[in-house]
Design a protein around this ligand. Sequence first.
Ligand code: 8OZ
Length: 367
Amino acid sequence: MTDNSTRTDLFSPMEMGAIKLANRIVMAPVTRSRYCEDGIPNELHATYYAQRASAGLIIAEATNISPQGRGYAATPGIWSEEQVAGWKKVTDLVHAAGGKIVSQLWHVGRFSSVELQPNGEAPVAPSAVQAEGNTYTVDGFVPVSMPRALETDEIPGIIEQYRIAARNAMRAGFDGVEVHSANSYLLDQFLRDSTNKRTDHYGGSIENRARLTLEVTAAIVEIWGNDRVGIRLSPVTPDAGNTPPDSNVMGLYGYLVDQLNQFDLAYMHFVEGATATTREIPAGVDMDALSARFHGPYIGNNNYDLEMAIERRSEDLIDAVAFGRYFISNPDLVERLRVGAELTIAPGESYYGGGAKGYTDWPKGNY
Ligand code: 8OZ
């Protein structure tokens, strides 16, 4: 049988800040929308993640930092004691299986419905610009609502939501946290000029639009230390909400990456292209040039296969690779890739919703 570990160091240990990984193959954060009452992860979530513990690092699914930050039913949270206790079961089981797991801290901003918001209020956003598309509630799909623009004096409260969630993630036994500044959710909405029309010091110039992501990162670094904090960015994806990229992707994300270097973070993570669809990049954008500006470990993601990962690793374009969909249906993905075993492709209908079926019932491969 093949031994792909002789061809690449992707199967070898590495350090991302203070987090020691057994290999450079990361499980990307993947929303699965399995039933979790009041956003509390349960035994099913623990089983699912523990089954995937041979990943060098698991980035747990996007996790709501507050009731206001919630944009989809059946997604977990990390603001209540019960949620912290639920996540503790997850992290304990992952650690017992020899894995490492970080929490991805998520505020959806405008991509929500009044039906999901506390007291039926409008979702909050940098500006009152409505997204396209639907989200799901317990009663099915509904269009996302018109958001209201945050007042400048509400921003410290948003940062405080991240702070509380970061502290909770520590109490829940995670190995670190990832700032979700991607996929057109709140922080990305502040970054892009298509969604940020503000005239205060959180809008206008690139420096101003990057301010919230940097302030949130600083607040979280204060709690965790720089070496257990990572960040995910998606400079060009239209998801969620068919959000146009910034008019100056290279300028905006170049500035942001340069500023992030000051923190000496555990890692940075890009969605290279449109999330879960294409690796095509708009004209004038050079994703590899942007990631190369980052001084720490860089995780590549989006539609990789092993050959692409080996090639891009050999060219030193990535330090690690994250797979999302392959981890859904191949709990032992690292071992299968190592020996060149066949990979199972999950049908789209098992991605979201439901229970154990299509979630924890994927067998290990024969090898
Ligand atoms: C798919 C469905 C719902 C949310 C993201 C957290 O794209 C998500 C997400 C993905 O970052």
